[in-house]
Design a protein. Sequence first.
Length: 94
Amino acid sequence: MRWRCILCASYLRYFERAGTELLRSVNIDIGKLAEKGIVFIVSRAEIDYLSPARYREILMVKSTVAQVKNASFIITYPAINISDSRLLSRGMKK
């Protein structure tokens, strides 16, 4: 069997990378925080799959801080197909 669509678990890796880049863009160094004993724990992750992504398509995942509380924050992750601007999925991590 040949797989033609991106496996659903792959989106979590894409979202993780986009979140790391978001933090880096605002000068938050996860490595330095970890050295001080500060770590981010994901307590919840959701993905709404809207359209399949196929291998060799170029995807863009945007990450946005949607909510900030005292001890938590929520980041949202829309995944878009670059060639046709199709929304493939919406993700959220808390």
